[in-house]
Design a protein around this ligand. Structure first.
Ligand SMILES: [Zn+2]
Ligand SMILES: [Zn+2]
Length: 207
């Protein structure tokens, strides 16, 4: 079984819970992340309510990536500093004002619907879903929980805190509309992870 995320229409930029785009919910002390390569502010891509991933969990996984110089900031790498992921707790109730410089937001905020589908491999799910729903395969926005479906080698990151492999949380497609999508190299997937013990998070993408 795979738990799919599918496009559920436009959402308000500050809609609570899981969505792609819009403005992140953060703790009050949050500082908008900047790219280690170019020092520009990162683009907010998505937040995932951890309760949607594992019943009984709380908080948000929040994902940012530099798009100020697409392709030049190693934004695909989990540790190069061109992206950031955060595991926020229940205090993530503030909506910060994005910095005035750089590329900080996507052009559409998308609501997400969750659907359990009976496929073994997530990579087969968009076509499977398209066949059954009649909707474009591109409206599959990703998956949560279970196993990451790698497009290349398994690149599960190690936690900076405890050096254990991190837990897979979310796999993101670029989006349902190429005009408002995230940029994972043109057809790639993003992968978000966390360490439950340390409260750390990581992100990378492949294509
Ligand atoms: Zn950058
Ligand atoms: Zn850890």
């Amino acid at each position: 079984m795979v738990k799919l995320m599918t496009y559920a229409g436009p959402a308000a930029a500050d809609a609570p819970g899981t969505r792609t785009g819009g403005v992140p919910y953060t703790p009050s002390a949050f500082e908008w992340p900047r790219c280690r390569e170019c020092a520009g502010p990162m683009q907010f891509l998505a937040q995932v309510s951890l309760a949607d991933v594992e019943p009984g969990s709380s908080g948000l996984l929040s994902i940012f990536m530099c798009q100020n110089d697409p392709g030049l900031c190693d934004d695909w790498d989990a540790s190069a500093g061109g992206n950031r992921a955060f595991a926020f707790g229940a205090d993530a109730v503030h909506v910060p004002t994005p910095p005035g410089d750089g590329v900080t937001l996507l052009d559409e905020t998308c609501a997400v619907h969750f659907e359990q589908v009976d496929v073994e491999d997530y990579l087969e799910a968009p076509e499977w879903w398209h066949q059954r729903s009649g909707r474009p395969a591109r409206e599959v926005l990703g998956q949560v929980g279970g196993q990451a479906a790698w497009l290349q080698n398994d690149e599960t990151p190690q936690c900076d805190g405890c050096a254990h492999p991190m837990t897979f949380v979310v796999q993101l497609e670029e989006g349902h509309d190429h005009r408002t999508s995230a940029n994972f190299g043109g057809g790639g997937c993003g992968y978000g992870f966390r360490c439950r013990s340390c409260g750390t998070a990581a992100f990378l993408w492949q294509r």
